[in-house]
Design a protein around this ligand. Structure first.
Ligand code: ZN
Ligand code: ZN
Length: 439
């Protein structure tokens, strides 16, 4: 997930809403969680010290699979790449199947936390051996879901239905794209390999931790919550010549600059942002290698973020038209391509949120806040395209920081409050159990 930046004000949502017990005995859950919580922290530290890039999560997947087998779950490995799936069949009658998902991958970031378990690892990123860090908290996600599996395996006799544990690789996109023929990865690859079938999943729950939401809080939003994202690449082709005689060629540098400026008017002048917001950034621009040689071409890369499928398609059409037209006006050519990274909008079905809100409230002690829309993206949306799915944020501001001052996800000094993971385990377990007993 891309970097978080939360607004400072928080509204408590559904405060005081009826929070009837739904079958999960929270006191009993807490008692069982007490000895597991320190182990969740230990797992997190081990995973943090051994981060693996997207699509390379061999050690992590093996560790997860061994844990699930030891708990007596039915385990499948190699699902959609290195995905691991554990199946817990409850001891009580119940036909429902609920899935819980955690992502396992780390990022090509050089860690600067000074934690005693800071990463010293490297991994192959786009052909280059690169320092790797769990800078998005997926170490915490994996450790928490291992904790939920242990918690619910201990309660198996009282579980009325089936719980599927999905440990997903490559949420951040494959690290070594040029060396792989894979056309899909992460959640999409797991869905294509049937992770939501056999048995068929009725609902899926997932969370992301954030140091920019206070520890002890859960954050959620009905409808579009996280943006859809499309990466884009623009190649401007001109004709190289002497920098002192630009009229003898076609200068792609000036055309690229005009395109960057022209693209800014798509969001600011052309899209109806009173409907949903959008963001378009050109984040990389490369062309030329010395002061008096105009190059043949310029390469640009950027990202489009949107919260509405129609607006997304409209913006993509306008990007192509703008780039091609501006280039043509100067006798150059622009070609635009989208991908390989694409994420759909993470969109929480309002009826599922309404149904599960009492569970979130009970698990957190009524500390659920309604989030503003977030322009980061998540491939949890791939599960939501198939089955009702609810995604929420676990507050985890590290000690000594505030939600505003804590380094965000993807920063080299990113860290989170390990103590917050206990609520994450409890919330996921409560959602699963409550969903299984709900009508
Ligand atoms: Zn991330
Ligand atoms: Zn993430």
């Amino acid at each position: 997930m891309a970097a978080w930046l939360f607004a400072a004000c928080w509204a408590v949502c559904c405060a005081g809403a009826a929070a009837q017990p739904q079958g999960t005995d929270l006191a009993a859950l807490d008692a069982r969680l007490a000895p597991i919580a320190p182990r969740v922290i230990a797992w997190r530290r081990d995973l943090h010290a051994h981060p693996e890039l997207s699509g390379q999560e061999l050690r992590t997947a093996a560790l997860v699979a061994e844990h699930l087998r030891r708990l007596g779950l039915e385990v499948k490995t190699g699902v959609g790449g290195l995905g691991v799936v554990g199946l817990l069949r409850g001891g009580l009658p119940g036909s429902k199947v609920v899935a819980l998902r955690a992502d396992m991958d780390a990022l090509p970031v050089t860690e600067a936390t000074n934690l005693p378990f800071a990463s010293q690892q490297t991994g192959r990123y786009q052909g280059v051996q690169t320092p790797v860090m769990h800078a998005c908290g997926h170490d915490g996600h994996t450790a928490m879901l291992m904790g939920v599996a242990e918690l619910l395996a201990g309660l198996r006799a009282q579980v009325p239905g089936t719980v599927k544990f999905i440990f997903q690789p490559a949420e951040e996109g494959l690290a070594d794209l040029p060396s792989t023929a894979a056309e899909s990865w992460g959640a999409r690859a797991m869905v294509e390999e049937g992770v939501l079938e056999h048995p068929k999943v009725d609902a899926v729950f997932g969370l992301h931790l954030s140091p920019n939401l206070a520890s002890g809080m859960l954050g959620v939003r009905g409808g579009p919550m996280l943006a859809g994202a499309d990466s884009l690449r623009i190649t401007v082709r001109g004709r190289g010549t002497h920098g002192g005689a630009p009229w003898a060629g076609v200068d792609p540098i000036v055309v690229a600059a005009q395109i960057v400026t022209g693209l800014q008017t798509i969001v600011s002048r052309q899209l109806n942002i009173s409907h949903e917001p959008a963001v378009l950034s050109i984040s990389s621009i490369h062309g030329g290698n010395r002061e008096n040689v105009l190059p043949d071409s310029v390469e640009m890369r950027g990202t489009l973020r949107s919260f509405d499928e129609d607006m997304r398609e409209d913006a993509k059409r306008r990007i192509v038209t703008t780039a091609e037209s501006i280039a043509a006006a100067s006798g150059a050519q622009a070609s635009v391509s989208f991908g390989p990274a694409t994420y759909a909008v993470t969109d929480n079905p309002r009826e599922l949120l309404a149904r599960m809100m009492p569970s979130l409230q009970r698990a957190s002690g009524d500390k659920v806040v309604e989030l503003p829309k977030i322009s980061a993206s998540e491939d949890f949306s791939e599960y939501q395209k198939q089955v009702p799915g609810l995604f929420f944020i676990l507050g985890a501001t590290p000690p000594g920081k505030t939600p505003q001052s804590a380094p965000p996800n993807h920063a080299p000094d990113f860290d989170f409050d390990e103590g917050a993971m206990r609520l994450g385990v409890k919330a996921l377990a409560t959602l699963a159990l409550d969903y299984l007993v709900s009508p």
